[in-house]
Structure formats: structure tokens, C-alpha cells
Design a protein around this ligand. Sequence first.
Ligand SMILES: [Cu+2]
Length: 287
Amino acid sequence: MKYLNMISLIKYLSAFAVIALFSASSVLAIEVLGMPKDYQINFQNAATTNMQDIVWFHNWFLFPIITVITLFVMFLLIYILFRFNAKRNPVPSRTTHNTLIEVIWTVLPILILAIIAVPSFRILYTQQTIPQNADMTIKATGHQWYWGYEYPDHSDIAFDSLPLEGDELTDGKIRLLSVDNPLVVPAGKIVRLQVTGADVIHNWAMPSFGIKTDAVPGRLNETWFMVEEPGVYYGQCSELCGIRHAFMPIEVHVLAEEDFDIWLQKAKMEFTNLGYTTQSKEYAELN
Ligand SMILES: [Cu+2]
């Protein structure tokens, strides 16, 4: 019996050491890398290859095409206003059909859309195809009005993530973005994210990851991400879900692998009751 008490004492002491270590490491606050800025007009920093592709697709593919089309149509409008107004062109042409022009203005837009579709579908496909070698799974559940996270591969860690309000907003915390229990993931690992809703439709949206996935009750949507850079990333629910829709932010902490392992040990004690069951199993083996 005494022997057992010694073991449990050692276990608790090591647990406290882990917590102390974690708090010490979290003092070295990780950098905020994904967050909206005041008067921002462009995208947030891209933290995943998917988001890099989206930024490229928008800035260097779609945007030039749109610019050329808009300028061309504007030129035509202005040209018509000046060249064919009633003063300069008192007797208008009575032409109603011109087969060549009609073929051109039908075929050309089809071609443009087809060209746009190629990289667009490629990006969509990568977003929707979960890599076979995903390192871990996380399930995010949208509730009215907070997010719940589960780690089915890690002792069924499960916790709720609520926004900080009023006097909880100590320094460094951001109103409407900071939460009490952020989602924590390891850097450089492929995370399979499953998203569902508990009551109404929510949406798990993380701009810098290029993710916007509906959380639909009774349905499990899947997406994935891999973030190389450790840091803090913020997102928000992006489906109008009720009166506190604006108060269910998403905060993701991407930690280096060793920091993530430390967090896991802490989370296993804090967010599961499995700690006790493993212990009792070990006790049974010792006896
Ligand atoms: Cu919501």
C-alpha cells in the first residue's frame, strides 16, 4: 500500500512538473501570425499551402482577368457614349444580327470560364481530399454559441472553447477573438479536421489556413490543414447562427512538436478523466 502511495506521489509530482514546464514555456508567448488588421483590404497571411494557392489564384490569376474584362467593357461603354450618341450618329444602324460577333461573345466567355475552372478546381480538390497519411484527427463541433473540440486519437481529449469577455481580457488578449481554451495542434503535421454542428449550421472559418467549412447538424464535413509555422491564428464562425454568432471565435495555437507533447500531457489531465483509468490499469499491473 505504501509502495503504491509512493508511486502515485511520484506521478503527481511529475504531473506538476509537466504543468510547470508548460506554463514556463507558454510565458514565451507565441507570435500572433493569423489575425485581421485594421483597414485591411487584402488576405491574411497564408499559413498553409492551400491558402498560398488561394492567394496566388486570386491575386495573380483571377484578378488580372477581371481587370482586363472590366477595362474592356468600360472602354466599349465610353466609346459608344461618344461615338454613337444622337448628335454624332443621328441615323442609327438598323442591324439586329451579326453571326460572327454573336459567336465570339458566346465562345470567348466560355473559354475564359473554362480556363479559370482549371486552377480553381485543382485548389478545391486539394482542399477536399484528405491526405491518406494524416497525422491526427480533430473534431470541431459548433454550438450556439461556442466551439467544442475533440481529439479522438489522443485519449479522447475534449473541451469547449468560449470567448473571453470583460475582465478576462487581460493584456495580449483580443476582444471577440481570444478564447479560454484554444485549439492546439502540432506544427508540420497533417491535421484532419472534422466539422459538425450541434444545433444549427455554423461554419469553422480560419482565413490564414484557407478553411471555411460548414458545421451542419447530423453531417460530418471533413477538411485538413498543415501549418509549418508555430504561432497563434484566429478565425470566426462564418455562418449566421443566431444572436451570438459574432461571439464564437476560433483560436488555434500551432506549437512545435515538443511543446505540443507537453500540452498533450497537461490536456490529458485537464480535459479527460482517462488519466485515472490509465493509472488504475497500471496499479492493477503492478499488483
Ligand atoms: Cu456559429
